[in-house]
Design a protein around this ligand. Structure first.
Ligand code: ADP
Ligand code: ZN
Ligand code: ZN
Length: 752
């Protein structure tokens, strides 16, 4: 028997498949989609995936050739998660996102696979978590230049690069390696070993009581019937469920899911990573019980593997998870729900850089399934498609059970300053907080991370403490007196003296959450304030604990960045204050305004649920700004109209597709030269099928010691366009410099 094997290699343009001989003793364990170990090129132990098997009698090739074929060394997987249709999907992803087929296939494999004697236990009292402290590319470089030589160390490091949330036992019993390798890696500064007790807050064995479905409102009923009909007809269809926060979208999902199960089909529900909390999951579990599997990147590898197996064996009908759950190995798919479809976590930021919505649309089309997108503030592109009739638009206008929308008001900071208030909290907001405390109701205060991180600088010579690896200022953390880089994780202890002029007159920049907390405590000494920074490395558990404490009414004020706004029903919150709206609307990227609009609306939506009327105060120096005005009037359509005309005028999506060619290298001259080389190839095109712009330096020129240069190409994505780009890539590859990394991102989240 001969196996056609796709080899896992980082080399570009190696999507080729190689023939290997299947030794007799392995004939029973080979299967399409299983990973195998083979020798390839100079490497004696390469990993590959079987993509085709040819029995001897079907083999028309020259018999003699078989002798030169190498044997498969071993079969690595017990189960195959990849079939013909998955292979097709991987090829599609590899084509439209310019990545290796193997990278695309990896998305579909259960996390951290190898040896058969996997540890079965899911719960252990105390575990040791392995945290990788060096970045992927650095490690690959060190392997290449032989700084790291030990094969076992390399195996562990590569495993860590590819898997989140790895425990010590995944290495010891999973890969069958000894603990001493880990101690060596820790000693040499590659990893940190951290003790922790896993808390299974997402899994089902929490005895969640069953709930019955609610009687749908008229609007909900129309939505449920319409979507369910498409499912019964088994027709591919995209629907947008457009309804404000609290309008009962989740109830619609639940009742549509019921119909999916009635039809004998299955469903995948995607929610933003950060909303994948116990509350969210339990709403589904309370209706459908153990028919549900949950996939979350923060679950341990063995937990996720168990879930994968359950799905594969057909034991579940519903999969809930973050972005990557779209690749769950579920059969008989009838529905995919993407909740909060505007959320940026649906764009993968690592290779393959895919759009979950685009991939989901492909999967649904292949399965004649329905793709249901839900949002209060749809992405501009999605809403435009809905208005054009490409997506079915279904609207929920009212909150059920008589709950009302909050009253939103812009508060002019400039006016407040003129009246002599120097605090970052305006007089008006102070008054409202006080009233709320007296009423024993809760308040949430939001800051924007960009505007309110603090930097350390010298007041005498204006020296700013910058990251040695990146072109950004370091963020100052008062708690532990550290300076941190958010781009490369560089850390240093803050000093008391300026290294430039030796002055000790250092200032810690703008106001952060800590300063605001101090100020609030001064005003109301007895109140209880909870603070959640995006900056401090908040672990998942403490994040959940803070939210739970607040939700259970054990604090008056929750202070944090907009990360605290996502997906939590906070029944006792009646006041929301936005402290730093201006920094949210001042970012210059083509998607920045829609992100600002949706963040602000989401934040506002936290106020007043159920029977409480909520109030929202947004502090700004620019009360005439169109984003803020439309947020104030709760007018998504108004915002959409202004935004879409801007996009049309400037030629941005949805009127065009963007392809960003990103070049990175340690050597500034090399990266410039390489980008120019590609630019000349791209620019040498007379057909007018695309417009290419000359190479530009992004806002941050250097990240983690790598210089960056981009080339932007604008065109309508089409078969002909792709053919053209691949043609250009072929020319490029002939003389490319392998010291410069080049990736192409389709419709990136940022172009700066
Ligand atoms: P969304 O998902 O749009 O934010 P939810 O589905 O969470 O909205 O609904 C908001 C609140 O309204 C929830 O507390 C939910 O239980 C309640 N609710 C939803 N539909 C109904 C209904 N038909 N009748 C009564 N209450 C409902
Ligand atoms: Zn100085
Ligand atoms: Zn840095």
């Amino acid at each position: 028997m001969i196996a056609k094997i796709l080899i896992n290699t980082t080399a570009k343009s190696l999507n080729k498949v190689y023939d290997y001989n299947v030794p007799k003793e392995l004939e029973n364990s080979v299967e399409i989609g299983k990973r195998v170990e083979v020798s390839f090129g100079k490497s004696s132990k390469s990993e590959g995936i079987i993509v085709k098997l040819i029995k001897d009698e079907e083999n028309n090739q020259n018999k003699e050739k078989e002798y030169v074929l190498k044997d498969i060394v071993s079969v690595l997987d017990e189960y195959s998660y990849i079939n013909e249709s998955r292979l097709k999907l991987a090829k599609y992803i590899s084509y439209i996102y310019f990545c290796n087929v193997y990278d695309a296939l990896k998305l579909m494999l259960p996390p951290g696979t190898t040896s058969k004697n996997q540890s079965k236990s899911i719960y252990t009292k105390q575990e040791i978590k392995i945290i990788l402290v060096k970045d992927k590319e650095e490690i690959e470089r060190q392997i290449e230049n032989k700084t790291i030589k030990s094969a076992k160390q390399i195996q562990v490091l590569r495993f860590l690069c590819e898997n989140n949330y790895v425990l010590q036992k995944d290495i010891t019993s999973g890969l069958g390696l000894s603990k001493s390798i880990l101690s060596t890696l820790e000693k040499n500064g590659y990893i940190i070993l951290e003790k922790f007790t896993p808390k299974n807050d997402l899994l089902i064995d929490n005895n969640i009581p069953r709930t019955e479905k609610q009687i749908p409102t008229d609007e909900q009923k129309i939505a449920i019937d319409k979507i369910s009909n498409y499912i019964f007809e088994e027709k591919y269809k995209q629907c947008l469920l457009f309804g404000v926060t609290g309008s009962g979208k989740t109830e619609v999902y639940l009742q549509v899911l019921e119909n999916v199960l009635k039809k004998g089909k299955t469903a995948i529900i995607l929610v933003p990573e950060i909303s994948l909390t116990f509350q969210t999951v339990s709403r589904f579990v309370s209706r459908f019980g153990d028919k549900i599997a949950i996939l979350h990147s923060k679950m341990t590898i063995s937990q996720r593997k168990e879930e994968y197996k359950k799905i594969k064996e057909g034991k579940v009908d519903i999969v809930i998870g973050a972005r990557s759950a779209i690749f769950a190995p579920i059969d008989n798919l009838g529905l995919v729900i993407i909740d909060e479809e505007h959320d940026s976590s649906y764009y993968s930021q690592s290779t393959p850089k895919y759009s979950t919505k685009e991939v989901a649309a492909y999967i649904c089309k292949e399965n004649n399934a329905v793709l249901l997108l839900g949002s209060a503030t749809p992405e501009i592109t999605t809403y435009e498609s809905a208005l054009e009739g490409k997506i079915d638009l279904i609207t929920l206008k009212n909150r059920p059970a008589g709950a009302t929308l909050p009253q939103i008001e812009l508060v002019d900071i400039k006016e407040d300053r003129l009246n002599g208030n120097t605090s970052v909290i305006t007089t008006k907001l102070k008054e409202e907080i006080l009233k709320n405390i007296e009423k024993k109701e809760q308040t949430m205060l939001f800051l924007n991370r960009r505007g309110y991180t603090s930097y350390l600088s010298c007041k005498d010579c204006f020296h700013i403490f910058k990251c040695p690896n990146c072109d950004v200022a370091l963020t100052y953390h008062k708690n532990n007196d550290l300076l941190l880089c958010h781009y490369c994780s560089y850390v240093e202890r803050a000093v008391k003296v300026c290294p430039n002029c030796l002055s000790n007159n250092l200032s810690s920049g703008t106001v952060g959450t800590q300063k605001i907390e101090e100020e609030l405590k001064e005003m109301y000494p007895n109140i209880k304030i909870l603070r959640m920074d995006a900056d401090s490395t908040v672990s998942r558990e403490s994040y959940q604990n803070i939210l739970d404490t607040f939700r259970n009414n054990n604090a008056d004020i929750l202070l944090g960045t907009q990360m605290i706004s996502k997906g939590h029903d906070m029944p006792n919150v009646s006041l929301v204050g936005v402290i730093g709206a201006d920094s949210m609307i001042a970012i210059n990227d083509y998607m920045a305004s829609e992100k600002a609009y949706s963040n602000l609306s989401q934040v506002a939506g936290r106020a007043g649920r159920k029977d409480k009327k909520g109030k929202v105060l947004i502090q700004t120096a620019d009360t005439s700004n169109y984003i803020l005005q439309n947020v104030e009037n709760n007018d998504y359509e108004g915002f959409f109209k202004e935004e879409i005309s801007f996009r049309k005028h400037m030629l941005y999506p949805p009127f065009i597709d963007l392809f960003l060619f990103e070049f990175t290298s340690k050597d500034l001259n090399l990266v410039k030269k390489e980008a120019n080389y590609m630019y000349n190839i791209l620019n040498n095109e007379k057909s007018g099928i695309y417009t290419v712009f000359s190479p530009r330096t992004p806002l941050i020129q250097r990240i983690n010691n790598k210089y960056r240069i981009n080339i932007l190409l604008k065109a309508r994505a089409s078969n002909n366009l792709y053919k053209k780009i691949y043609e250009k890539l072929n020319i490029y590859n002939k003389k490319r410099n392998n010291k410069v990394n080049m990736t192409i991102v389709k419709n990136p989240l940022f172009i700066n």
